[in-house]
Design a protein around this ligand. Structure first.
Ligand SMILES: [Zn+2]
Length: 133
């Protein structure tokens, strides 16, 4: 287990475990919608949104029938997957709760939202911002 994950587990057992963390902040509603739509097509839904980690990534826990894992290239029978979402870079990747997939991380994939188009038009300010990441 990565040190990162141990840190997170400790934090998860604490006060953050409540309904307030069910959604991403309103400014990222379109990003949450993107993930919700993707998993919703397979009968899944976002069970919980974890507060951002030190790198600003949100963890979206998936429940329902969406258990597709890129590590095994198919659905898990029981164990569930989650997505790590970077709302600044607009990318996400999938990780997994199955013990066999410990440490696995899928390839990073782009998040497409209606705002993505606008951001590309404002390329100058965006690339300046990206220097910090
Ligand atoms: Zn897996």
């Amino acid at each position: 287990m990565e040190f990162d994950d141990q840190e997170r587990l400790r934090a998860d057992s604490g006060v953050n475990d409540n309904d307030r963390s069910k959604h991403m902040p309103p400014e990222y509603a379109d990003i949450e919608e993107f993930i919700a739509t993707m998993v919703g097509a397979f009968g899944g839904y976002i069970r919980k949104v974890r507060p951002p980690d030190t790198r600003g990534k949100y963890r979206l826990e998936i429940a329902g029938n969406y258990r597709y894992c890129e590590n095994i290239k198919k659905q898990h029978k029981k164990n569930q997957v989650y997505f790590l979402v970077d709302p600044i870079k607009k990318i996400y990747y999938q990780r997994c709760y199955d013990p066999d997939c410990q440490g696995f991380q899928s390839a990073k994939k782009p998040i497409y939202t209606s705002q993505t188009v606008n951001n590309q038009q404002e390329n100058n300010s965006i690339s300046k911002y990206n220097l910090y990441y």
